[in-house]
Design a protein around this ligand. Structure first.
Ligand code: MN
Length: 335
């Protein structure tokens, strides 16, 4: 594959719109461990394309977490199964990768994506896209991939802002901006949000579904994790841990840990937070920071990545204990 030529994002979105208009069968996919933005942007694009009369399939490496099943169209999302979906990906006119920029982010789908003869488009806001696609609509300044899909909808036509589409894009923007507080929450983002609310997205309804439907065992697990928070480097680093035994005791699963890491930044003086989770066969690390502390650089030590203030990784190489020690060590130069 040739090196990527990154067009200006609005020009790339215009070209994506034209490629999509010319296609009939389109497959959408996004990164493993679906989140509000990967689902919101995919489903937003799904609604746009079905409204245009296209045949659209969404195939993801992971199932839809319960908190996003209220989104219209989420019931159509298929979890990748080699025996059915490799052929589906191969038969599509266009394959769109959303909220991810490397085939490896789709885990077990990597070979099916790379091997598909479909025209491939990437719509994303992460850094360092990998060369595998024809067109990259990438804006690393965008708050979310859903914001980029909103721009695409504007290019296609304002009348396309239907209620289901607006709800999906609102959900993507809300979750990826940490409820409208992360640094990329610009006035333009709020103008987009205003348009989505005008189109029928209801902030109360969406927040209720995404955040206020937790099972009791999640709160019990959170209580255990909070009671064992540890501070390092003069209180600038806060580490939260979730041991496998804690999950077994409470019957909580990995999905329910979503949102825990944000709480590490809530302590006075803390500049960086880490959540270390002991899974069956690996350790999951989530990192958050304030200001200029690049937690994606720390995630890179573990083979992960992300944004400057939010990054993560999964490692098989270090024990639960060792991963915690390494985070404390890697964080030191930045604090
Ligand atoms: Mn995103």
């Amino acid at each position: 594959m040739n090196p990527i030529i990154l067009l200006d994002c609005s020009e790339a979105l215009r070209q994506c719109a034209s490629i999509l208009r010319g296609a009939q069968t389109i497959v959408l996919t996004s990164h493993v461990n679906s989140d509000g933005d990967s689902l919101g942007s995919s489903l937003g694009l799904y609604h746009l394309l079905t409204q245009l009369g296209k045949t659209v399939h969404i195939v993801n490496p992971s199932a839809v977490p319960k908190s996003f099943r209220f989104l219209q169209g989420s019931e159509k999302i298929q979890v990748f199964d080699d025996s059915q979906h490799t052929a589906l990906l191969a038969s599509a006119d266009v394959l769109v990768v959303l909220d991810a920029n490397a085939p490896s982010r789709m885990r077990g789908m990597e070979a099916a994506i790379v091997g598909s003869p479909a025209r491939k488009l990437v719509i994303d806001h992460h850094q360092e896209p990998q060369p595998f696609a024809e067109m990259y609509a990438v804006d690393t300044e965008a708050c979310s991939t859903a914001e980029l899909i909103s721009r695409l909808v504007v290019l296609v036509g304002e009348e396309q802002f239907t209620r289901p589409l607006a709800e999906c894009l609102y959900t993507g923007i809300m979750t990826d901006t940490g409820n409208f507080r992360f640094p990329r929450t610009t006035a333009d983002v709020h103008r987009t949000i205003a348009r989505l609310i005008e189109a029928g997205a209801d902030p109360t309804y969406i927040y209720e579904n995404v955040f206020n439907q937790n099972p009791l065992n999640r709160s019990i697990l959170l209580g255990k994790a909070l009671s064992d928070l540890r501070l390092y480097h003069d209180g600038k680093l806060c580490v939260m841990t979730v041991a496998r035994a804690m999950m077994q005791e409470t019957g909580a699963n990995e999905d329910q840990i979503e949102g825990f890491v944000e709480l590490t930044l809530g302590l006075e003086g803390v500049q960086m937070g880490a959540l270390v989770v002991e899974l069956a066969d690996m350790v999951k690390i989530s990192l958050r920071s304030k200001g200029e502390i690049p937690v994606n650089q720390i995630a890179k030590h573990f083979g992960g990545g992300g944004h400057i203030n939010a990054a993560g990784c999964r490692t098989h190489q270090h024990s639960f204990q060792r991963a915690q020690e390494l985070i404390v060590e890697f964080a030191k130069p930045y604090l």
